[in-house]
Design a protein around this ligand. Sequence first.
Ligand code: AMP
Ligand code: MG
Length: 268
Amino acid sequence: MKLKSPYLVKPKAKLKLSRIATGETGAFRNEGSAKTVLMEHREKLSGLQETFYASQQKALLIVLQGMDTAGKDGTISHIFSGINPQGCNVSSFKVPTPLEARHDFLWRVHAQVPPHGMIQIFNRSHYEDVLVPRVHKLIPDAKLRERAEDIVKFESMLHENDVVILKFFLHISREEQTRRLQSRIDTPDKHWKLSESDFREREFWPRYEEAYNYVIPATSRKHAPWFIIPSDHKWYRNVAISQILVEVMKSLKLKYPKPSIDPSKIQL
Ligand code: AMP
Ligand code: MG
């Protein structure tokens, strides 16, 4: 995948999230112009998805990760609202159930990998299986390194089977998380989004940052790249991600398949 993006993480690069801007807005001065471009991207994605679905040559797996309130749900609703729901699914990964926890950590993940022709969005993912145990020191470091290596091998195998993988870290500042949580507290219609774990995990912010600093470069590869998207401005986050999706889907150069019958020979 040839893609030039300022947000692409080079394999094995040194990462320090605290040094990367969260409030950047690229070439856009304001929300209005970004929204116009986002609409264009949505329309392009809708067309590209149709050939993607029809050709059945590739599958697209989009991984969304980020701190709580980083905007994973918002990204899904804003970017993919133009896409035919028949061609796109979302998997939300929660704390593993007792059955899931008895299997290897990729068991539940592999089952959600899209078949050719389909797009699958992972709202959280197998990366939680490195992040959470690293933050809470549940598994020895050596074992976590093995997990990161397993992820690289797993994603390579998917790539060899024509699964295109794009991984986005939605990068917000701690101040922005404070604003978003406060807004949830202040708005009755947002109370349903509040969960105890958001407030508990927030205390571990530096440890999560450290865990991401470790796992992102350890697993960013040409065939399964990570992008760190400045996400304090939701409108910029949406346009930055949709831009990458349009570019990648276009670069696949997929075509409608040849018809199995000759339409010119059909007489109704
Ligand atoms: P939410 O996405 O806000 O509904 O929260 C889901 C919660 O499940 C988050 O706190 C995640 O960290 C947690 N979670 C998801 N996958 C895993 C995992 N593999 N191991 C531990 N916790 C997980
Ligand atoms: Mg949450």
